[in-house]
Design a protein around this ligand. Structure first.
Ligand SMILES: *Cc1c(COP(=O)(O)O)cnc(C)c1O
Length: 414
């Protein structure tokens, strides 16, 4: 085990001095002494969010009461916030709404896509995807044949084998939650379309981590979280994208009154709203939307090219600094194939992560042997990346992780 990192901390500090995004750090509230490398699970708190939420609660709810549905624009928020997320995912206006959870939205778009290809009886997904995505293909397509890309397989090559006239829909993660591998959205979408199938992209680990180009790639549907890189707050609602060319024929299954063409006519039968509004279902969680609205105020000032450049600088630096530690990396070394995280393998990843957390470095553990570190360019500095690598070097060199207090409790997996 090396006694020091391959670069001095001053090298990282020099990168910070030239960082065009360094001013964003002051726009977040983060506890002293914490190195937060878990913003890909729960984003940090933007400094102005508490005041924004209090104002909403006191003035709009407390003062405006039911009048706020119109006067404070509550009714339009799911569409309005969708249009504010749209530039982050490369979508023209009118194709993105904010509503429900990623899981619920997956059910909606998978079912919609299957109904657009009724004669086809198979669905393709990935064995290594986040479990809810797999579970939702079961729920949305219980009678379809399921074909799975193998864990960490070559997606384009395997898709080429799995796709035929029978495949209706392919569900893929743009960035893999476990390995951080980034798919080539344009090439994969093109291959799927060549076989007449539709694609659903899960953007949970790419929105707010790198520029996404849904329209330019001709994507059909997409979903994504807002509580990870977007910093919308714990449990903030997800977003859903549907390409405009599908709107008129889209029949989403959760036909609630918020997706009705005229919700306040209280008609006995369902008629879908025109456009993306038909993907809404019920009353939106306005307190949670307030947290997301505050976060999006911050995002409108972010240059996504600079964000991507810094993200790659941070992950490359961490890979370079930790390389001598000898932990195999699950994350691609090639920057163009990488999201904004680094996953390193260690046979005792659970106690190692517990020891890091005790030292103030918060990352996470993914069973069975993955140390996962998320790099959020808006509030992490290069010097903090150096500090994180040093913490990992020290925990491994001293063997402190072997102390019994870091051992997994029986049955604990997270
Ligand atoms: C975080 C995450 C989800 C979470 O779904 P919820 O409905 O918000 O619980 C889904 N898919 C992926 C790929 C994720 O990373």
């Amino acid at each position: 085990m090396p006694s020091e990192l391959p670069l001095p901390r001053s090298a990282a500090e020099a990168l910070d001095a030239a960082d065009p995004l360094r001013g964003f750090r002051d726009r977040f509230t983060l506890p002293e002494g914490v190195l937060y490398l878990d913003g890909n699970s729960l984003g940090a708190l933007p400094a102005h969010t508490p005041a924004h939420i209090s104002r909403m609660v006191e003035q709009e709810w407390g003062g405006g009461l039911i009048r706020s549905w119109n006067e404070a624009g509550w009714y339009d928020l799911p569409r309005g916030l969708g249009d504010r997320i749209a530039p982050l995912v490369g979508a023209a206006a009118g194709q993105t709404v904010v509503c429900d959870s990623t899981s619920v939205n997956l059910f909606k778009v998978l079912t919609t896509a299957l109904r657009l290809r009724p004669e086809r009886r198979a669905i393709v997904s990935e064995l290594g995807s986040f479990p809810t995505d797999l579970y939702l293909t079961e729920g949305a397509a219980p009678a379809h044949e399921r074909r799975l890309i193998s864990r960490d397989g070559d997606t384009l090559r395997e898709l080429d084998e799995l796709l035929d006239q029978d495949v209706a829909v392919v569900l893929l993660s743009h960035v893999d939650y476990r390995t951080g591998r980034l798919q080539d959205m344009a090439a994969v979408t093109e291959l799927i379309h060549r076989h007449g199938a539709l694609v659903v992209w899960d953007l949970c680990h790419s929105v707010g981590a790198l520029p996404v180009r849904l329209d330019a790639c001709d994507a059909d549907f997409a979903v994504g979280c807002t509580y990870k890189y977007l910093n919308g707050g714990p449990g903030s609602p997800a977003f859903l994208y549907a390409a405009e060319r599908h709107h008129d024929r889209a029949e989403q299954p959760l036909t609630g009154w918020f997706g009705h063409a005229d919700p306040f006519a209280f008609e006995p039968g369902y008629r879908p709203a025109p456009g993306i509004g038909r993907f809404l279902t019920g009353t939106p969680p306005l307190l949670s939307l307030a947290g997301l609205a505050a976060a999006l105020d911050l995002w409108q000032d972010v240059d996504l090219g600079a964000l991507r450049a810094k993200s790659l600088a941070l992950t490359s630096l961490f890979l370079q600094l930790t390389e001598p530690l000898g932990l195999p990396s699950l994350t691609p070394a090639e920057p163009s194939e990488r999201g904004s995280q680094v996953s390193l393998r260690h046979p005792q990843a659970y106690p190692v992560m517990q020891a890091l957390i005790e030292r103030g470095l918060i990352g996470d553990f993914r069973a069975p042997d993955v140390l996962r570190f998320g790099f959020t360019p808006l509030y992490l500095s290069h010097a903090q990346v150096w500090d994180a690598a040093e913490a990992l070097r020290d925990v491994l060199a001293t063997g402190v992780w072997r102390e019994p207090r870091f051992a997994a409790a029986a049955g604990a997996v997270t």
